[in-house]
Design a protein around this ligand. Structure first.
Ligand SMILES: [Zn+2]
Length: 504
């Protein structure tokens, strides 16, 4: 294994010494309280922001600052990403380490984190929070500022955005009904039309619900999480006619928010951030992961989560077996990356989980991704991956969870009176930077210790970063197997760029 660091290509740094008043000291018109709306389009690839399908996102991008270098976290799965958005940390610190996680106190059991009930039950059993770092919900609550979540994502995804909403009196509205709402959210839900069943219609419904019930007097922070275009990418295929239709519908719902914002009283006081949590690649083949693994003597007694980015728990974390499992995986044609827990020195070819910032006691002892490529799929988009048969997806379906560039590149753009207009930044950034930037905009403490950084270069009152940045590469090679992970570092801040199994 070798790591290389190159901070040299940041010669284009501009050191601006301008001192500007902090945004929160410039209360908007007539001293109006400042607020932020974060809109997440689940699974939206940046290259799908196109005039013909998403004219309102294109319009929004031109109003403010676009951050084309934004990246997801690993694994690039929705609940893992949600926790990174909420806390500003990589999974190694927030502890929500996989969509399907081994139970911390019973590694034979897999916790399905899409279920709020399973996350709550896990918290009860282990006597520990599911999310181990304070998130926007906690920090705003501590600062006496209000916070609301409107989500058409799963109940688990919504829970992660505001795990203590009830105690903090926060408004959580879920398209999954009253049981997934906070008491304040359930009261609001009663005044709305019932949520539709179709995923795209639900995303539109939740966006309209936020607009009609919150925009006139928004809380300090609102998170509006739209389950599209992710759901239709999985169901119908990336860039399929059905997915394009869903994306057009949610873009139009976002457009209605934009129209009302631009014409209304909140134009100067509400800042809007638009993001996606991960991208998608196209499934180009099937592999029955758990069936293949169940036949192997190396995996005796192990627990496998399955999936195209999965984990294997080894009884007792015993190193000899961890190595045997990793070596077996690296001999398989259907494997992409292989990572092993920190306690076990990786065998040749494997990388430690710290390479992808998911080293945590809750992380399975061996992680893998299915084989993927940067090749063009039949839909013309870069990035393909094998699919696990247990995922109930079929060839041509969109998928994510791995380190493919198509999965890691995310949408990130900001606009509002506090945001620079008409700017495209070249600085490295990612999901972990959203929370610290929101807190900075509001003058709420808690962002400094996060893994992410404040994206000051996007702020009217901000300056360009003074640190240089550059790529880091983690490589490992064994017998007939090699892999590489590319990261970006700026000072103490690190982002994953992409990873590949290399031809050998
Ligand atoms: Zn997602």
């Amino acid at each position: 294994m070798r790591t290389s660091h190159d901070g040299g290509w940041a010669a284009a740094l501009r050191h601006r010494e301008q001192v500007a008043p902090k945004f929160w000291e410039r209360q908007g018109k007539a001293g109006v309280m400042q607020s932020v709306l974060l809109v997440v389009f689940d699974g939206l690839r940046p290259d799908r922001v196109q005039q013909d399908v998403t004219p309102n996102l294109v319009r929004f991008a031109a109003m403010g600052t676009r951050v084309p270098g934004a990246r997801s976290v690993f694994p690039s799965e929705t609940r893992v990403c949600t926790a990174s958005v909420a806390t500003g940390h990589h999974p190694r610190r927030h502890g929500l380490v996989a969509n399907r996680m081994l139970h911390p106190s019973d590694p034979q059991v897999v916790v399905e984190t899409g279920s709020a009930a399973q996350l709550r039950a896990m918290e009860q059993t282990i006597g520990q929070a599911a999310i181990l770092k304070p998130g926007l919900s906690d920090l705003l609550g501590a600062a006496g500022r209000d916070y609301a979540v409107f989500s058409s994502g799963t109940t688990g995804q919504t829970f992660i955005l505001a795990p203590r909403a009830q105690a903090l009196g926060q408004t959580v509205v879920s398209a999954h009904g009253a049981a997934a709402c906070s008491p304040a959210g359930a009261r609001l839900l009663e005044r709305l039309d019932p949520p539709p069943a179709d995923s795209a219609a639900r995303a539109v419904w939740i966006a309209d619900a936020w607009r009609t019930s919150m925009l006139d007097s928004p809380p300090a922070v609102s998170v509006l999480w739209l389950c599209e275009p992710d759901s239709t990418a999985h169901q119908l295929g990336l860039d399929s006619p059905g997915q394009r239709h869903a994306l057009r519908e949610v873009d139009a719902a976002f457009g209605r928010i934009l129209d009302d914002w631009v014409a209304g009283d909140q134009r100067d006081s509400l800042q809007i951030i638009v993001a996606s949590d991960h991208g998608h690649v196209t499934g180009d083949g099937m592999v029955g992961v758990n069936t293949l693994l169940s036949r192997r003597p190396e995996l005796a007694g192990c627990t496998s989560t399955g999936g195209n980015s999965g984990g294997i728990g080894v009884p007792g974390g015993e190193r000899e077996q961890v190595v045997a499992v990793a070596e077996f995986l690296m001999r398989q044609d259907w494997i992409g990356h292989v990572f092993t827990a920190e306690a076990a020195e990786p065998p040749p070819g494997a990388l430690p989980c710290s390479a992808v910032m998911v080293d945590h006691p809750r992380t399975a002892h061996v992680l893998y991704t299915l084989r993927n490529s940067a090749n063009l799929a039949p839909n013309g988009l870069g990035g393909t991956s094998l699919l696990d048969t247990a995922s109930h997806l079929s060839v041509g379906a969109g998928t994510h969870g791995g380190l493919n560039a198509g999965e890691m590149a995310t949408v990130l753009m900001l606009a509002g009176s506090a945001i620079r207009a008409g700017v495209v930044t070249g600085w490295p950034a990612g999901l972990v930077d959203i929370a610290p930037t929101i807190l900075e905009l509001l003058g709420v403490p808690g962002g400094v210790s996060m893994d992410g950084r404040v994206l000051r270069e996007t702020l009217v009152a901000g300056t360009e970063p003074v640190d240089s940045y550059g790529p880091e590469t983690w490589e490992a090679a064994g017998d007939g197997y090699a892999q590489r992970v590319a990261r970006m570092r700026m000072g103490r801040h690190v982002w994953l760029d992409h990873g590949l199994r290399e031809a050998i």
